[in-house]
Design a protein around this ligand. Structure first.
Ligand code: DP6
Length: 409
């Protein structure tokens, strides 16, 4: 924490999470209460993260927020919910007492700056990391502790799962006020050390139908979604938890693929239908099934969110060969360093037999790049003052102004 007479700033980071049992559909739009529980894996922040600085000063005239260097409207309802709830907890904690002269006075306005090191709204769950980071950072700034996933949920549903590392459940809850709709860690990031995650970036463009609007139409029109929430997900939550506890990749991978497929089936069952998968996504699905069929077991598993990018789960012993298979089927523009980002991958030679087993048509430049990562921890505070994205004048620093996508290159 940086603290001068009238300026206090805190900087924290938060991770992206990828659901293996999907959240799709709300029973309460304002409180963001889901129609089913969900389960996700938190990705390592070495590869994908949001960084946020929040600062208080008696000199600030109004609350303000900058995302990736651009000032955004802070009166947006979801931002307001998060701010209001953290401030409410802070007031409660201080027992109603507040001293105008302290740097962390409730009467001071807040400035917030946030950056992602990955493309925003490319189907890479940027809102989850963004809201988790916002709530965690504000809580640190105001000295609030305890259960924060209930507040992050009110920013974006999936954000509540980014409040923990490893394997995380969002328990849907029953109450009308949402007090029991919380994230809970199932296992920590250390539980399954050889699990790996590959993100196959098909398109970095903004998605056509956002999750919020998409799921609203699905709730209104899809009978399959209702059946899924009531009859399929409850059993899958138990099954998936068990598969994770036992580190049973066969069971984990099969369930992950089936749940992704059912989510996209509910999108097709929505009227008018929503299509998030494109031809490259479908090509990846068939490649995964061919690869698994060649070995007669589930070695890799895919999942897709509200966009065409594929997230592949596998084990570290499989990564080198599967990446080679991906490069073979989607020949990159250049074979240089920029196609593969993240954890190191060693080149291998594919046998002729495997090549012909997985080969359908080749799609040159079908993928932009691949990020290799693993499960990681939850939000973290940064202690170094040089990490702050706001200067002592309360304005974004150079780092906050430059889009940091390059950090991955
Ligand atoms: C397909 O959390 O982005 O990624 O609550 O309206 O902000 P809102 O939606 P959001 O939806 C995520 C949907 C998903 C599946 C998942 O992450 O569980």
């Amino acid at each position: 924490m940086c603290s001068e007479k009238s300026f206090t700033a805190v900087t924290c980071t938060a991770p992206v999470n990828i659901a293996v049992i999907k959240y799709w559909g709300k029973r309460d739009e304002e409180l963001i209460l889901p129609i089913n529980s969900s389960l996700s894996v938190t990705l390592h922040q070495d590869q994908l993260k949001t960084t946020t600085t929040a600062a208080l000063s008696r000199d600030f005239k109004e609350d303000r927020i900058w995302l990736n260097g651009t000032e955004e409207n802070i009166s947006q309802p979801r931002l307001q919910s998060c701010l209001r709830e953290v401030r409410r907890l802070a007031r409660k904690r201080r027992g109603g007492k507040d001293d105008d002269a302290t740097p962390r006075s409730m009467s001071h306005k807040v400035h917030i700056a946030s950056v992602n090191n990955f493309p925003t709204a490319a189907g890479l769950a940027s809102s989850a990391a963004g809201y988790a980071c916002l709530v965690y950072t504000l809580a640190k700034l105001y000295g609030v502790e305890g259960e924060l996933s209930e507040i992050a949920r009110q920013g974006s549903g999936s954000a509540c799962r980014s409040m923990y590392g490893g394997f995380v459940q969002w328990v849907m809850g029953q109450s009308a006020d949402g007090k029991d709709s919380l994230a809970k860690q199932v296992e920590s990031e250390a539980h399954w050390p050889d699990l790996r995650i590959l993100i196959l970036v098909v398109s970095a463009e903004r998605k056509h139908v956002g999750s919020t609007a998409g799921m609203q139409t699905s709730v209104e029109t899809s009978p399959l979604l209702k059946h899924r929430a009531e009859c399929v997900v409850p059993m899958r939550m138990e099954d998936m938890t068990e598969a994770i506890r036992q580190r049973d990749f066969e069971r984990f991978g099969q369930l992950t693929m089936k749940d992704s497929n059912q989510f996209h089936a509910t999108c097709l069952d929505t009227f008018p239908p929503i299509f998030y998968l494109n031809n490259i996504s479908k090509h990846i699905i068939s490649l995964v099934h061919r690869y698994n069929a060649y070995y007669g077991e589930t070695k890799v598993a895919y999942t897709f969110d509200a966009g065409p990018n594929a997230v592949i789960f596998t084990l570290d012993t499989v990564v080198n060969e599967f990446v080679e298979v991906v490069k073979h089927c989607f020949p990159p523009e250049s074979n240089g360093g920029t196609f593969l980002k993240g954890l190191p991958v060693s080149p291998t030679t594919l046998t002729e037999e495997l090549r012909s087993a997985v080969e359908t048509e080749l799609t040159p430049k079908g993928l932009q790049y691949v990020i290799v990562t693993k499960p990681g921890p939850g939000p973290q505070p940064l202690d170094d003052l040089s990490d702050h994205l706001l200067g002592p004048d309360g304005m974004p620093t150079q780092t906050a102004r430059v889009l940091t996508t390059e950090a991955l290159l």
